[in-house]
Design a protein around this ligand. Structure first.
Ligand code: LR7
Ligand code: MN
Length: 532
């Protein structure tokens, strides 16, 4: 008996070892890009779709890629000290980033049809512009190396780094030993807007490509964007922005069904492509029109950038410039697109790792006020009602920008509302609205991103907008930009579109959760109540 048991254990052990080896081998096996079906998707709440098939893209091995640059010394000079909080300085896990090294294979997250597209052989080259303030060396270097390794060399004219007065000037300086990399250092902190303008003004290529300093570009990321801009220089294009986890630096595919949107407080959010547009999309490689871009990663013709007035250089540090640019591009004769066949990973963070000399809130208000005052015409009143604290705050003179708008003969904001972003409802139209009710209690926001049940008061309550709820629900809110929580009715229940789970109150007054749908349960039953 004991003998039989021992044999059984031995056989099981061998089988387990073989199984493990097979699994690892499968995992490392290079797979052709055409083999990737999209079956078997695992879905994570929010905007992420993780595809099961592990297509990884090999890095182009290029011997002399870095020239005389001593990568080891560069990275070793700035290491996390034992005991230091790995999140403190950069608001992401520095230890993980350092451990990854400067190059790694990442999964090709594009739709499989993208791999068989062809691009012109005579595409123009581009100047890559990366501005940074105290970026971690490992993320910055990975950004640069991913560009050099995953772009056709002929398309990269140069990489212009603008060091926005980082504490250590060597972060940037040393990198200029890499072929094609140039480094400009600001003599004082300027913020990302003026830094980008400085970079753009010294660019020598006819096309500008902007990147954040903590990105990893994916396979063939550049060709689709340059192609679209070459065909029509008034297009401003951006990739799908994949997510690099701030905790473990996993590279996660973002949904291909999103575009950029905002609410009246000028708060950026990802949102689902309107259903009619989605239905009309027969080709998943087609460009997606977007009302606004996220702001950090885009390609634009240099003459068009200059013609349209670059950026509003009176905006400081961070924020708002993406609205200003987006309104300007649409209203002054251009268009904005997201190209699904171009993918770039970005480390999304929950907080700013750097200081704002004038304070974060005041800076955001100044910048968005400037965008609203110059571009939003009579619609700016909705901005002020959504952000009452903006009233009376200083925003400087906008005379130059108004002159620019007149000179370019740009269309009114009403045109933008009607033709580009009709889904953005003006508050009046929602005057008759409803709140969600369960028993005697109403769904209510607590702070900016949590929900709870409370006595029905009608104020601060969640209002359904055309059956989907776009506010940042619940706890899966990594950052403003990841607030994509869409819901649809399932009987009396409210189902989260991405995860398929339902909103549940568990216990009255307790926190809300999302869990398996059981629409017949009282804790998942919500009824709209009309308020005026
Ligand atoms: O004072 C500063 N000087 C800088 O050079 C502050 C920042 N920066 C640099 C910084 O090092 C980084 O490389 O500017 C870049 C952007 O700053 P982040 O990474 O702190 O910004 P973000 O990723 O949180 O914010 C998004 O919105 C910003 C609004 O001003 C910019 O447009 C960012 O470029 C933009 N990032 C993206 O669009 C990437 C996708 C994220 C989303 C949504
Ligand atoms: Mn960023």
């Amino acid at each position: 008996m004991r003998r039989i048991r021992a044999n059984a254990i031995a056989i099981l052990t061998v089988a387990w070892i073989l199984g493990t080896f097979y699994y690892l081998w499968q995992d490392n096996k290079p797979q052709t890009s055409s083999s990737g079906g999209h079956g078997g998707q695992k879905v994570v709440p929010g905007r992420l779709e993780i595809h099961r098939d592990d297509r990884t893209i090999p890095l182009i091995q290029q011997g002399q890629l870095l020239g005389g640059f001593d990568e080891k010394a560069y990275l070793a000079a700035k290491q996390l000290k034992p005991g230091d909080d790995p999140y403190r300085e950069h608001a992401f896990n520095l230890q993980e980033s350092d451990r990854l090294g400067s190059e790694r294979a990442i999964r090709d997250t594009r739709h499989y049809r993208c791999a068989s597209l062809n691009y012109d052989t005579d595409l123009p080259s581009t100047s890559i512009i990366i501005t940074f303030h105290n970026e971690a060396r490992s993320t910055l270097l990975r950004t640069i190396k991913s560009v050099l390794m995953r772009s056709p060399p002929s398309l990269i004219q140069e990489i212009i780094l603008i060091d926005d007065f980082s504490s250590d000037s060597e972060d940037c300086q040393l990198l200029s030993q890499i072929p094609k990399v140039r480094c400009l250092r600001n003599g004082r902190r300027e913020g990302l807007i003026r830094s980008r303008v400085r970079g753009a003004s010294t660019a020598s290529a006819s096309i500008l490509t902007f990147l954040d300093s903590h990105c990893e570009v994916n396979a063939d990321w550049l060709q689709p964007m340059i192609q679209r801009v070459k065909e029509d220089h008034t297009r401003v294009v951006s990739p799908i922005i994949d997510v690099i986890s701030l905790d473990n630096f996993a590279y996660l595919a973002a949904s291909a069904d999103l575009r950029g949107g905002f609410d009246w407080s000028l708060h950026f959010k990802w949102e689902q492509i309107p259903i009619e547009q989605k239905m009309a999309r027969s080709d998943p490689t087609q460009a997606i029109r977007t009302p606004v871009i996220a702001g950090g990663i885009f390609v634009m013709d240099k003459s068009w950038f200059n013609h349209l007035g670059q950026y509003d250089t009176h905006m400081d540090i961070w924020g708002g410039e993406n609205f200003e640019l987006s309104f300007r591009v649409w209203m002054c004769g251009g268009s904005l697109e997201i190209l699904p066949c171009s993918r770039v990973g970005h480390v999304f963070r929950k907080r700013h790792p750097y200081d704002f000399p004038e304070g974060n809130a005041l800076t955001y208000i100044k910048n968005t006020r400037r965008a609203a005052e110059v571009w939003m015409d009579e619609y700016k009143q909705y901005y002020y009602s959504a952000r009452p604290s903006a009233q009376g705050k200083a925003f400087g003179s906008i005379a130059d920008r108004l002159t620019l708008r007149r000179k370019l003969n740009c269309k009114p904001f009403r045109w933008y509302m009607e033709n580009v972003y009709p889904e953005l409802r003006v508050p009046e139209q929602e005057a008759v609205s409803s709140v969600l009710r369960q028993g005697g209690l109403c769904l209510e926001t607590r702070g900016t991103d949590t929900l709870g049940l409370a006595e029905c008061r009608g104020i601060g309550a969640i209002r359904p907008q055309s059956q989907t709820y776009s506010c940042c629900f619940l706890f899966v809110c990594f950052s403003l930009s990841l607030c994509v929580q869409k819901w649809k009715p399932k009987g009396p229940a409210l189902q989260h579109m991405v995860s398929g789970l339902c909103l549940d109150s568990q216990t009255p007054m307790g926190p809300l959760v999302i869990t398996q749908c059981r629409p017949q349960m009282a804790s998942q039953s919500w009824e709209p109540q009309i308020i005026t």
